[in-house]
Design a protein. Sequence first.
Length: 417
Amino acid sequence: MVDWGNFLLDTNSNTLYVSGINQVFPGETGVFLNDGSGWDTLGYFGNVVFTMILYHDTLIVGGGFESVNGDAIANLAYFNGTTWNSYGAFDQGVRKLRVIDGELYALGVFSLVDGQPADGIAKRVGDHWVPVGDFGDVSEPDLFDVIKYQGDLIACGNMSITGETYRDVYIYQDGEWGPLGGGLFGTVSGGWVMTIYHDELILGGNFFISAGNAGQCIMRWNGAIWQPLGVGTTDNSDSYSSSYNIHALCVRDDKLFVGGGFSYAGHVPAQGIATWDGVQWCGLGSQLGLVHDIVFYNDTLYAMVSNNWIDGEHNNGCVRYLGATYADTCSLPTSVAPTPTIPHAASVVYSDGAWQVQGLPDGPADFTLLDATGRVLAAGTLRSSGARSQALPFKASAPGVHVLLLHDGTVLRFVAE
């Protein structure tokens, strides 16, 4: 499943809601709540519940379900305090609900909403839903999140558009959707979750440096370019070799809390959860496995996990953190990348028996060179003179795509034969 479980916090009543694919009875997913006195069940759904939100003090849930408490209600439902009711006609599932500037948005895999064609995103207007913008020729919509950044709507997901090379992260301008910063590279890439941190857009998902992206499963957009968050998150060998999704982002006490399937952050152990403060990464000391969502409830950090044994205790997917500092082991400070000075015309060329970067400004430029699997081939500092760098210190061990990541966030791809 895309999400094993997720949280919703009602700060007015201090109630924590939990959903996902948690089950009390086989084949029926529950929505549960805790108001401080214990857990209770609010409803049983015929399939997965992906998302929950409070809109005008009404609880609304979306997912891929076909029934609620045995009644035929599909994909989107609201609770009136006594019973569950349909909240619109969606032909396929709803993955995310967001309130932006007082308006309710729904995202998912639907192509029709209230009888109108839609590309996986719609907005509530009065007592009905209307589609938001046009993506072009989309065969199967698949959107996961939407947010507003610098006045524009940004959406992310896992869909491609016929005739376009960009994918998976989009900006809405003048009634149409287009690529944000060139979109994500890689045929299996996808964006799952977004938030705003230190005035930058943070994107988490399933994308790779080796495909040409600035970061591995997490990166930041400052309005001009995509950049990594320091070294970022890595796999169980502390490399960029394997896949690990990032599902959860939460900002608290000027820290960015990140949850997913990684094992390291900033080269320090951080299995499933880590914090980023704009300079360094910190782990929290426990091995959570895959984290699907995080929330603060009564000033305590809660996580939805797929690992049922943590710190010697058995759990049913929901755990809370008993530490006080939210930092166990931290990486060395990493300077924040400056505003880029390298022009977009920079490229990697083969000349006189060596690979060089053409179009660099004169002076030093830090770099990391990766092969198509994400393996680091070389790293260091290149010096450039006359808009051409010194030779890259590597010999291609195998033909294929290589990625040169310059540490101001510029990504250059080239094919070594």
